[in-house]
Design a protein around this ligand. Sequence first.
Ligand SMILES: NC(=O)c1ccc[n+]([C@@H]2O[C@H](COP(=O)([O-])OP(=O)(O)OC[C@H]3O[C@@H](n4cnc5c(N)ncnc54)[C@H](OP(=O)(O)O)[C@@H]3O)[C@@H](O)[C@H]2O)c1
Length: 311
Amino acid sequence: MTRPRLSAVAVVGAVVGFAGLMHVVRRRKLARHPDFFRAKVVLITGASSGIGRALAIALAERGAYLVLAARRMERLTRVADECRFISPDSEVLVVQTDVSEQAQLEALVGQALDRFGHIDILINNAGIMTGGHYEAYNIAALREQIEVNLLAAMILTRLVLPHMLRRRAGHIVNVSSVQGRYALPFSVPYGVSKYGLIGLGDGLRRELKGSGVTVTTLCPGATASEMVAPAVEGFRRMPAQLFEPAEIAEMSLKAIRQGRAELYGDWMLLPVVWISAIFPGALDWAYKLSWPDEFVEMQRKRSVMPEEEGV
Ligand SMILES: NC(=O)c1ccc[n+]([C@@H]2O[C@H](COP(=O)([O-])OP(=O)(O)OC[C@H]3O[C@@H](n4cnc5c(N)ncnc54)[C@H](OP(=O)(O)O)[C@@H]3O)[C@@H](O)[C@H]2O)c1
């Protein structure tokens, strides 16, 4: 009877020991590379607002060279001006890009390479969040959700990777979400796109072992950006955290420096993610504890009825 108890203690001890060891290794990596981002060329999609903008500013503070992409040129130019003000030595290239257009992605990579000769870090951050009852989804909206959040990241990675492999150096960063491990109701296509990004990161990381190219998947928790603006007050009431984009940017840069496989902004959501992975269906109700009614309602109301909009 004592045997199972002993082995359970040994397993817990091994897990805690391994986590402790990883922590020490990560801290040492951070201490070794204080100037990690200086003069690194970083391409960020979706840099005109929210997490993308915060990443651009945090990278400018560290002396990185930036390629900023998004559709809203006025917003993008403003972010570029902020970066140049913070770091007059940093070079910033702004490229108006709709990431759902392959030709514009090709032009973006072409302009970045013309200007800087290489790309050290690609951050696939651009994203939209559609919502609604799945049965009422407009098919065009389904396509757009996948094209912007997932296909664009796949194509950009495909365009940039040969250059990184030739130099045997580079880092691909995909901004997924906790919804990439625990999909929510009334946001199903968004969840699908974020699950896809996790698959992209996991597969590529294994394929690229030993190539010099690193892959990191970021899963921010709820972040006070335009994307969730109508539900921000609701998030503040929940036990899970609501982050500022700047906090997510700081955590993300740390994870990139450490070469981490995956980062969760909000560790409180990890038990939900892990338990659901082992026992799918066991925690189908748990989203009510962490995502406010306002958010679920915001997403539900986005429903586009096919008879109004055309399927
Ligand atoms: N906020 C959260 O709670 C949260 C949580 C987990 C993950 N995320 C993820 O974090 C990423 C950034 O989102 P955010 O929260 O910072 O929201 P946000 O402020 O709405 O930023 C979204 C960015 O994506 C860009 N974008 C959207 N469609 C685009 C297109 N077709 N072509 C080029 N750029 C496009 C937008 O720029 P333009 O409109 O100017 O093109 C904007 O810069 C997204 O991938 C999102 O899914 C957010």
